[in-house]
Design a protein around this ligand. Structure first.
Ligand SMILES: NC(=O)C1=CN([C@@H]2O[C@H](COP(=O)(O)OP(=O)(O)OC[C@H]3O[C@@H](n4cnc5c(N)ncnc54)[C@H](O)[C@@H]3O)[C@@H](O)[C@H]2O)C=CC1
Ligand SMILES: O=C(CO)COP(=O)(O)O
Length: 338
């Protein structure tokens, strides 16, 4: 299958490496110097250092050339191409707008979050720009880029209301080391992937403050309740939050030290300013922007999200870490239900 991955960050590069084992893959990045260096060294040292790029993986900084890899007439007739957008949420709209000029066969995105100023989910951004006619899907689930690039096993969820595209993503991605499960609950999958990043910041803070494993388990569990409340309010199905893109990714990101969002929380607990943490990371930590969007959305919808509010308070209102932890612990007792 011909596959184009737009966005040569850590995750786009890792997935391109994995897919190049079985497919003809082009990886596009917007920075010509970075892509030229990666092509010369056969390594994306800017975003995924230490992993060799397979010889057959094509690298490009030419947008047209990269998209044409999946839009040639022959491919379009057989619906054989797969277009994967691997930017951050902040870059999604701009990239999708650029795609308006091309007869793309489908679109799959990997980003996890809500858009900062609109509080829209990725599928809503895609629909706003491209309309409903093009088959569209989110690929999500617990998947640290470095582990996928190493060929370690993982399981993902593909979500689309277009069953044919789910089948095509499974055909392309499901293989020796990656299992792919399908669902039509796009909202549920996207809300799980977005909000777990905020909760990973919270557990990073708690762990960094030495609050213990009991506190971490409590945050993850009550965080899942928070994800479920928002997700159901937005039209997702509660069982989706028990799956890979919900509790699966929540556990990974809250407990795995490879997580950039968790690192944000650990850094805050060390007293580092947010700007310093973000600069040191060198990668997007979606939970930061997402916390603002989700706090606004939850307020608008009347959804109770105390952990998200606490994280947003620390990130944007200068609230002290201890005071928000105390606030969380001093909430009135209630039934445990979601
Ligand atoms: N790194 C990981 O393990 C995983 C990341 N994700 C999600 O995938 C998305 C990308 O993550 P990473 O690749 O890790 O981030 P990264 O920080 O390593 O790379 C971000 C990429 O987005 C591109 N980008 C940003 N704004 C853009 C714009 N306006 N136009 C074109 N490209 C733009 C950057 O150039 C870069 O290639 C995020 O939403 C993340 O939550 C999902 C699963 C795993
Ligand atoms: O989404 C991820 C793993 O599934 C990556 O999480 P971070 O962005 O926190 O590293």
């Amino acid at each position: 299958m011909n596959i184009t991955v737009l966005g040569a960050g850590a995750w786009g590069t890792a997935l391109a490496i994995a897919l190049a084992q079985r497919h003809s893959v082009t990886l596009w990045g917007r920075n010509p110097d970075t892509m030229a260096a990666a092509a010369q060294q056969r390594e994306n040292s800017a975003y995924l250092p230490g992993f060799a790029l397979p010889d057959n993986l094509r690298l490009s900084a030419d947008f047209s050339q990269a998209v044409t890899h999946v839009t040639s007439d022959a491919l379009a007739a057989q619906a054989e191409g797969l277009l994967i957008v691997a930017s951050s949420v902040a870059g999604l709209r701009e990239l999708v707008q650029q795609l308006q000029a091309y007869p793309i066969p489908n679109i799959v995105w990997l980003c996890k979050g809500f858009e900062e100023n609109t509080s829209l989910l990725p599928h809503q951004i895609v629909r706003e720009v491209l309309g409903d006619a093009i088959p569209a899907a989110a690929l999500s689930g617990p998947s640290f880029a470095q582990e996928v690039a190493r060929g370690l096993p993982c399981a993902l969820s593909v979500a689309s209301t277009h069953a044919g595209l789910c089948d095509q993503v499974v055909a392309a991605v499901h293989g020796d080391n990656i299992r792919v499960y399908s669902t039509d609950d796009l909202v549920g999958v996207e809300v799980g992937g977005a909000v777990k990043n905020i909760l990973a910041i919270a557990t990073g803070v708690a762990d960094g403050l030495g609050l213990g494993l009991n506190a971490r388990a409590a945050l993850i569990t009550r965080g899942l309740a928070e994800i479920t409340r928002l997700g159901v309010a937005l039209g997702g199905r509660s069982e989706t939050f028990m799956g890979l893109s919900g509790v699966g990714d929540l556990i990974l990101t809250c407990t795995g030290d490879l997580s950039r969002n968790r690192k944000v929380g650990l850094g805050l607990a060390q007293g580092k300013p947010l700007a310093t943490i973000v600069t040191e990371l060198g990668h997007v930590a979606e939970g930061v922007r997402c916390a603002a969007a989700v706090r606004a959305l939850a307020q608008q919808r009347g959804v109770d999200m105390p952990i998200t509010n606490a994280v947003a308070g620390v990130l944007f209102d200068g609230a002290s870490l201890r005071s928000v932890m105390e606030l969380l612990l001093s909430r009135n007792p209630r039934e445990e239900a979601v």
